[in-house]
Design a protein around this ligand. Structure first.
Ligand code: CP3
Length: 333
C-alpha cells in the first residue's frame, strides 16, 4: 500500500507522506521553459504528452509521494463550451455563459473534448516514476466553479453585484456542474486516478448561513459519488472557519487546511486525516525558518493521520532548493 493510502485508508499516524499543491508549476525552470513555448494554457493542458512531462517534473527532482495531474479546474467550463482564457498578470477570463447550449450538451461531447486529460492520467499512472506513489486527480468544487462561470474572472476583488440575483439560474448551473463533475471524476478514476482532491478555493467568500446550500450540499454529492467508485476524496474548502461542521457534514476521507487555520484547533476538533496547512510564503524565507515551521506542523500532527502539504499552492517565486529542503525535512522527521 502506498504511504498516502496508509494515512487515508488505514489512519496510519507514523508515516508522514508529502506532496505539494502546484508542485508542477512556475517555480520550476523546466516548467517555465515548456510554458514559454506554449502560450495557450488550455492547449497545453490538452496536450497529454507535454502535460505528462510537466506532471512528472517535480517527481524527478524530489522524493514526493504523489503526482497530481497537470490540468486545471477550469477545464470543466471549457468542456461545457464556455470560453476560458488565461491572461498573463490577470488570470483566467471566461466568456459569456450560454445556458441553452449547456443544457443541450451531452456526456459524449464533453468526454471527447476533455479526452487528453484522461489519457494524461493513464500516462502518469503507468509511469515508472509513480511506482508506490499515488496519482491524484482533481476537480473544482461546484461552488468555486459557479463563481468562475458566473463572475467570468477571479473574484479577488469581489463577486459581481448581481451574482445572486437569478437564483433559478444559479441552481440550474450548479446542477449542470455537478452532473459533469461526476463524469469528469468517473473518467479520471477509470484511467487510474487513485485519489480525488476537490478544490473549493472560494468557499471563504460565503457567509456561514450560505455554506449548506452552496458548499456542503453540492460537495456531499461528489464525495458520495466518488465513494461509490471506491476512491478516497480530499476536500480543500479554503477560507472557511467551520472546518468541524464541514467535516461532519461533507464527510470527505481527509481535509486539507489552509494557512489561516490554527492547526491545534484542527487537531482538537477533527477526527479524520488532515493534509496541509503550512503557509507557502515560508518557502520564501530561509532554511532554518522553513525547518522550524515544517516541524511545527509535523509535531502538532505527530499522533494524527497527516499528509504534509502547504496551505495553498507553492508560489512561483519559490527557489526549488527550498522545496528540496522541505521534502528532505519531512522525510527525515
Ligand atoms: O497542483 C498542481 O501542480 C496541479 C495543477 C493545477 C493547476 N491549477 C495548474 C495551473 C491545479 C490543481 C490547479 C487548480 C486550480 N486552478 C485552482 C484551485 C487551487 C487554487 O489555486 O486555489 C484554481 C482556483 C484554478 C484556476 C486558475 N488557474 C487560476 C486562478 C490561475 C491563474 C493564477 C495562477 O496561479 O497563475 C490558473 C492558472 C494555472 N493553473 C497555472 C498552473 C500551473 C499557471 C499557469 C501559468 O501561467 O503558467
Amino acid at each position: 500500500m502506498t504511504p498516502i493510502y496508509k494515512v487515508l485508508i488505514n489512519n496510519n499516524t507514523i508515516i508522514k507522506p508529502i506532496w505539494v499543491m502546484r508542485q508542477a508549476g512556475r517555480y520550476l525552470p523546466e516548467f517555465r521553459e515548456i510554458r514559454s513555448k506554449n502560450p495557450d494554457f488550455i492547449k497545453l493542458c490538452l496536450n497529454e504528452k507535454l502535460s505528462a512531462e510537466i506532471t512528472l517534473q517535480p517527481l524527478k527532482r524530489f522524493d514526493l509521494d504523489a503526482a497530481i495531474i497537470f490540468s486545471d479546474i477550469l477545464m470543466l467550463p471549457y468542456g461545457l463550451n464556455q470560453k476560458v482564457e488565461f491572461k498573463k498578470g490577470i488570470g483566467p477570463i471566461l466568456g459569456d455563459l450560454d445556458l441553452d447550449s449547456i443544457l443541450k450538451l451531452n456526456e459524449n461531447n464533453f468526454v471527447e473534448k476533455l479526452s487528453p486529460i484522461y489519457k494524461l492520467v493513464n500516462l502518469i499512472n503507468n509511469s515508472e516514476l509513480t511506482k508506490n506513489k499515488n496519482t491524484i486527480g482533481f476537480v473544482g468544487a461546484p461552488w468555486t466553479l459557479l463563481v468562475y462561470m458566473i463572475n467570468q474572472k477571479s473574484p479577488k476583488c469581489g463577486l459581481k453585484n448581481d451574482f445572486f440575483k437569478d437564483k433559478n439560474l444559479t441552481s440550474k448551473i450548479l446542477n449542470i456542474i455537478e452532473k459533469f463533475l461526476k463524469v469528469h471524476i468517473k473518467h479520471q478514476v477509470k484511467n487510474g486516478a487513485q485519489i480525488i482532491q476537490i478544490f473549493d478555493s472560494w468557499a471563504g467568500l460565503l457567509n456561514d448561513k450560505d455554506l449548506p446550500n452552496y458548499v456542503y450540499e453540492p460537495t456531499i454529492k461528489l464525495v458520495e459519488y466518488t465513494k461509490t467508485l471506491n476512491i478516497p476524496t480530499i476536500c480543500f474548502p479554503k477560507g472557511i472557519k467551520k472546518y468541524k461542521d464541514y467535516c461532519e457534514t461533507v464527510k470527505p476521507d481527509a481535509i486539507c487546511i489552509d494557512y489561516d487555520v490554527d492547526p491545534k484547533e484542527i487537531l482538537k476538533n477533527i477526527k479524520i486525516p488532515v493534509q496541509g496547512g503550512m503557509d507557502p510564503k515560508i518557502l520564501l524565507t530561509d532554511q532554518e525558518n522553513l525547518k522550524k515551521e515544517a516541524k511545527r506542523y509535523l509535531e502538532i500532527f505527530k499522533d494524527h493521520p497527516y499528509i504534509f502539504n502547504l496551505g495553498h499552492g507553492i508560489l512561483p517565486d519559490t527557489d526549488p532548493e527550498m522545496m528540496d529542503y522541505l521534502v528532505k525535512t519531512v522525510k527525515d522527521f
